[in-house]
Design a protein around this ligand. Structure first.
Ligand code: NAD
Ligand code: LMR
Length: 329
């Protein structure tokens, strides 16, 4: 007998990440090849966006996915989030010409306040929320703060793309298979201030920093390459990353729900004060997942350079938090 279907909400469903994401969710890559899903898709009420969403749903129909039990299109988050167990908050307002980061923060703060409140009202009490829309950490923080009746730990921000980018850069540098790298961490904000940290990483049981043995490469090549990869993709493609972002969202939820078998992955989660990160700040940390829960990796030694980098990305997150504080009153 087949399992009961899981309701999955995706916002920004007619956008470019949505287009790279929905087909993989419906084919079972996110929640398992034996797990039926119901897709509840949210787009802005705009006629063009709703029409485009209908087009995407026609294509989903045309795939005849055995695991896609049903799907629905919405413009109201209270309908889209009804009883959902997984919510992928992808839709947000991109930065336009002449817009300052602060303008973007304010506009998106309104979106994520409304969506947090809607989740609070109608989502399944165990809902797992992943915020992809930028600025992802602060949007996740806003949604969490707007949903006081849901456990704060259920709100997460996407740093998995940064984690995957870092893995790939390390594998290339060592000319070794990416799958063998373990114990990588990416600390902080999904922004160029993030700190990808391979001090603890191993490959085939050997120490990655010992193999690379080049601190200049770490600081002058690796860190800026991973930190500015989003901008490099925009420069090359003329559009921001979409397939790799969708892939990271699939990885994030897959691992959260189905576990990592002891492997470290990076998730933006509300801090509990560990590593000197103030409680509640949505900060990228290494975690392992088991039984549908994530567990932060604790007890790692933070050296002086790492402390400096971790504080720098924290400073940016504190500024973003202060920038939206008025909207959360
Ligand atoms: P896109 O512009 O192609 O699509 C976004 C969609 O969201 C649009 O269809 C838009 O109509 C919709 N939308 C806007 N406001 C909405 C709302 N309030 N409710 C529902 N839908 C809404 O953008 P994209 O390329 O799909 O990227 C989406 C977001 O993801 C952007 O903010 C982008 O910066 C971010 N992103 C994050 C990461 C990450 O690693 N965290 C990586 C890549 C992109
Ligand atoms: C990315 O990392 O690819 C996205 O967040 C896009 C961006 O604006 O950097």
């Amino acid at each position: 007998m087949s399992k009961p279907a899981i309701r999955v909400a995706v916002t920004g469903a007619a956008g470019q990440i949505g287009y790279a994401l929905l087909f993989r969710i419906a084919s079972g890559e996110m929640l398992g090849k034996d797990q039926p899903v119901i897709l509840q898709l949210l787009e802005i009420p705009d006629e063009k966006a709703q029409k485009a969403l209908k087009g995407v749903m026609m294509e989903l129909d045309d795939c005849a996915f055995p695991l896609l039990q049903s799907m629905s299109a919405h413009s109201d988050p209270l309908e889209a989030f009804k009883d959902v167990e997984v919510a992928l908050l992808v839709g947000s307002r991109p930065r336009g010409p002449g817009m300052e980061r602060k303008d973007l923060l304010t506009i998106n703060a309104q979106i994520f306040t409304a969506q947090g409140k809607a989740l609070n009202q109608v989502a399944n009490r165990q809902v797992k929320v992943l915020v992809v829309g930028n600025p992802a950490n602060t949007n996740a923080y806003i949604a969490m703060k707007s949903a006081p009746d849901l456990p704060a730990k259920n709100f997460t921000a996407m740093l998995r793309l940064d984690h995957n980018r870092a893995l790939s850069q390390l594998a290339t540098k060592m000319a070794k298979p990416v799958a063998e790298i373990q114990k990588l961490a990416v600390w902080g904000n999904h922004s160029p201030t993030m700190y990808p940290d391979y001090r603890f990483a191993t490959i085939g049981g050997q120490s990655v920093p010992a193999i690379i043995n080049d601190e200049t490469w770490n600081r002058e090549t690796f860190l800026p390459t991973v930190g500015k990869r989003g901008a490099a993709i925009i420069e090359a493609r003329g559009l921001s990353s979409a397939a790799s972002a969708a892939n990271a969202a699939i990885d994030h939820i897959h691992d959260w729900v189905l576990g990592t078998n002891g492997k470290w992955v990076t998730m933006g989660i509300p801090s509990d004060g560990t590593y000197g990160i103030p409680e509640g700040i949505m900060y990228g940390v290494p975690v392992t997942c088991e039984g549908g829960e994530y567990h932060r990796v604790t007890g790692l030694e933070i050296d002086a350079y790492s402390r400096e980098r971790m504080d720098l990305t924290l400073k940016e997150l504190l500024e973003e938090r202060d920038g939206v504080a008025d909207l959360l009153k």
